[in-house]
Write a new protein. Structure first.
Length: 42
């Protein structure tokens, strides 16, 4: 999760993937990712 944040977030990673550029309009909630990270980390 932290590495994804360092790379610029989920939206920027999706834009780098072939075929995922079409999903630019998908809203990714970064706060939800923070919550998931908090649950995973001890």
């Amino acid at each position: 999760m932290r590495q994804i944040k360092k790379m610029g977030g989920m939206a920027s990673i999706m834009s780098m993937m072939p075929g995922m550029g079409q999903l630019k309009d998908v809203d990714i909630d970064e706060k939800a990712m923070d919550r998931v990270e908090a649950i995973i980390l001890p």
